[in-house]
Design a protein around this ligand. Structure first.
Ligand SMILES: Cc1cc2nc3c(=O)[nH]c(=O)nc-3n(C[C@H](O)[C@H](O)[C@H](O)COP(=O)(O)OP(=O)(O)OC[C@H]3O[C@@H](n4cnc5c(N)ncnc54)[C@H](O)[C@@H]3O)c2cc1C
Length: 308
């Protein structure tokens, strides 16, 4: 048994440990079937404040889409209430000289707030397709289960297997990696977004039903006016070539091609529904009124994220 200090609440787990190793040992004992090991992300207010002090809004704005960009890493602390959104906002305002320097980061904090409000509005509805997918494929044609090779990280795609390893071992992924994984699973592997979203929540330390499920639906196009997808150029531009360099599938990369080519491969032709603004042929990212919206209170694709 690890030598740990116990709290005074009967039956409660210890809160103070002599080392991270002891914490890890206790977790293995208490949760023997859990996958992975202790995340390197440290919890607590002290760690949160240390991260907050490193936030650089101007660098964030310039680099946030890059895997190595100056993202804040604050999501676990925000998710668990260690930091409030208002606190992060105030820290941003204190650190900027002009409004533009802070607007990108403030915008993203706004998305967190938006998804929370959508959750309040939709309730358990966030677990259901908000609209029909705009992929030309019936919702029922998507596999319900997460494929074993995805869960195990043995797909042979170095990028996706690498993201999977990072997800399982650290409990955190960069936003772009989340978007790529979600798009690949839904559009290339044709797995229903819910299987992927539930799997993410098994591992994410910042796992939040609203941000997670509604982002998956945004990618899948059940909560946006068109599916999000990407190509290899995009992956390399923001992720570098480190995955491709070691990839056994590099000469049959499913992401190779122009957006037009991939769109033709992945999606079935859909009639343009000009009167509703639905369909992939709308490129302006502006909201339209969806005729297939099943959400309540205007929770439609019209409100979903703009094009990136
Ligand atoms: C498929 C998918 C699943 C996701 N699941 C979650 C989840 O379970 N929990 C979660 O907190 N975020 C989720 N996100 C949103 C986003 O990826 C993470 O919030 C972000 O990557 C966390 O890293 P960061 O703190 O460095 O973010 P930064 O880019 O530094 O942003 C600062 C803060 O703003 C908020 N934020 C940033 N981007 C988003 C966004 N796109 N949507 C909502 N809030 C955002 C977060 O609170 C974040 O901590 C998901 C995105 C996608 C595409």
């Amino acid at each position: 048994m690890p030598t740990v200090q116990t709290t005074s609440i009967p039956g409660d787990l210890p809160r103070t440990f002599a080392s991270r190793k002891e914490l890890e040992r206790l977790l293995v004992e208490e949760f023997p079937s859990a996958e992975g090991s202790l995340s390197p992300i440290r919890g607590g207010r002290q760690a949160a404040e240390a991260k907050l002090s490193q936030v650089n809004p101007a660098r964030y704005a310039k680099s946030r889409n890059h895997l190595k960009g100056a993202v804040t890493g604050l999501s676990p602390y925000i998710r668990h209430g260690v930091l409030t959104l208002a606190e992060v906002r105030d820290a941003v305002f204190q650190r900027i000289r002009n409004r533009n320097d802070g607007s990108k980061l403030i915008n993203e904090l706004g998305w967190r707030d938006f998804w929370q409000r959508m959750w309040l509005d939709l309730g358990e509805g966030i677990h259901d397709d908000q609209e029909e997918p705009k992929t030309g494929h019936a919702a029922s044609s998507y596999a319900k289960e997460l494929p074993a090779d995805v869960r195990d990280g043995t797909t042979g795609l170095a990028c996706m297997d690498g993201f999977r390893d990072e997800l399982v071992s650290t409990g955190w992924l960069h936003n772009h990696a989340r978007m790529w994984m979600a798009a690949w699973l839904v559009h290339w592997r044709r797995v229903h977004w819910k299987a992927g979203a539930d799997w993410f929540l098994e591992h994410l330390i910042d796992g939040d039903p609203a941000s997670n499920h509604l982002s998956w639906q945004w990618v899948a196009s059940t909560f946006s006016h068109k599916p999000y997808f990407f190509n290899r150029d995009n992956l390399v531009r923001y992720g570098g070539t480190r995955h491709c360099d070691d990839c056994s599938s590099v000469h049959r990369c499913p992401f190779d091609g122009s957006y037009e080519q991939l769109e033709g491969q992945l999606f079935a032709p859909m009639p343009a529904i000009r009167s509703t603004g639905n369909g992939r042929n709308r490129r302006d990212g502006r909201p339209g009124n969806s005729s297939v919206n099943r959400g309540r209170s205007g929770a439609s694709a019209a409100l979903a994220r703009p094009k990136r």
